[in-house]
Design a protein. Structure first.
Length: 113
């Protein structure tokens, strides 16, 4: 299984980014998928998840600002991030939520104030 995240970058506070995660050798349609982030020096945390039927959940810290979606045909999940804050600065990863696979390299998101 390989998970490849992309779409990160440097953005000013209040800006937006759209992250993508493509999976190989793994059919994301059958998994509860999530976006995680790891702030330097802290543990990785789950910030958004999307179930097989499209139900979504968000961490309180990103609720109302982030939106997770999936394209099962392309085996890809997305994270639309808006109203970004400096505290959103982190490396973002995707993975299955209940049956973790090998972690990808992640994509760095840096939000400047």
């Amino acid at each position: 299984v390989q998970l490849v995240e992309s779409g990160g970058g440097l953005v000013q506070a209040g800006g937006s980014l759209r992250l993508s995660c493509t999976a190989s050798k793994m059919r994301i349609a059958i998994y509860l998928m999530g976006w995680y982030r790891q702030i330097s020096g802290e543990e990785r945390e789950l910030v958004a998840s999307i179930g097989q039927t499209g139900n979504v959940k968000y961490a309180d810290s990103v609720k109302g600002r982030f939106s997770i979606s999936r394209d099962n045909a392309d085996n890809t999940i997305f994270l639309q991030m808006s109203s970004l804050k400096p505290e959103d600065t982190a490396v973002y990863y995707c993975n299955a939520v209940r049956s973790l696979k090998s972690w990808g390299k992640g994509t760095q998101v840096t939000v400047s104030s």
